[in-house]
Design a protein around this ligand. Structure first.
Ligand SMILES: CC(C)(COP(=O)(O)OP(=O)(O)OC[C@H]1O[C@@H](n2cnc3c(N)ncnc32)[C@H](O)[C@@H]1OP(=O)(O)O)[C@@H](O)C(=O)NCCC(=O)NCCS
Length: 177
């Protein structure tokens, strides 16, 4: 059984395993997921994913990536990560996605709250931020439900296939707010 790092009510954050990579590879190439992540156009080879897995394993001081696991079935639901961790300024960028078959059940909202706990209580960070496309209403809602505040907007900054140029919104959450 994989180690759980932060346990929640319905989902937990756990250590990603090598055998997760196949499903992650499938989701990374799914256009419904990819559309709202960096490089929406990109095509990923399985070997890219294995390299990514090795990179996150090696870059543990700058990146903390967790598997989001359903507590009852232990199913892998998606990934959530703290990226570009800066221990001098004590901030990090939050990113996440779920497999489309798991959307709309409140899992991302709980996973984000667990990642916040990890960032503030275990890493002793003071600020998290996230960049989200203006048309990604589900993700905006997830951030706002977790107390993130809109602090910036890059206008018509990102080209999203099928949507054209969309704003990139910058959200942040300060510890203790
Ligand atoms: C964004 C994402 C993680 C949300 O996951 P999820 O588990 O479905 O999210 P939750 O169920 O916890 O919450 C979604 C909220 O958005 C709302 N929502 C969903 N679609 C919406 C829409 N089109 N318009 C307005 N609100 C919407 C839901 O009703 C819910 O709010 P509620 O609890 O107040 O009803 C998931 O859709 C995903 O992986 N998307 C692709 C990758 C991505 O966008 N990652 C984030 C990049 S910043």
């Amino acid at each position: 059984m994989r180690p759980i790092i932060v346990k929640g009510q319905r989902v937990s954050l756990a250590v990603p395993l090598r055998e997760d990579v196949h499903l992650i590879w499938k989701w990374y190439n799914d256009r419904a997921v990819r559309k709202y992540l960096t490089k929406p156009h990109e095509v990923f080879f399985y070997e890219d994913e294995m390299e990514w897995y090795e990179a996150i394993r090696r870059e543990k001081s700058r990146e903390k990536v967790f598997a989001i696991i359903k507590n009852d079935s232990k199913t892998l639901l998606g990934l959530i990560g703290l990226h570009s961790i800066d221990f001098h300024s004590r901030n990090a960028e939050l990113g996440y996605f779920l497999g489309p078959e798991h959307w709309g059940k409140g899992y991302a909202t709980e996973a984000v709250s667990l990642a916040i706990t990890y960032a503030f209580d275990w890493l002793n960070l003071r600020k998290l931020y996230a960049r989200v496309f203006g048309s990604n209403l589900a993700s905006i809602r997830v951030l706002e439900k977790n107390g993130f505040e809109l602090v910036g907007r890059l206008k018509k900054h990102q080209y999203v296939p099928g949507e054209g140029f969309v704003d990139v919104l910058i959200y942040e959450l300060l510890r203790g707010e």
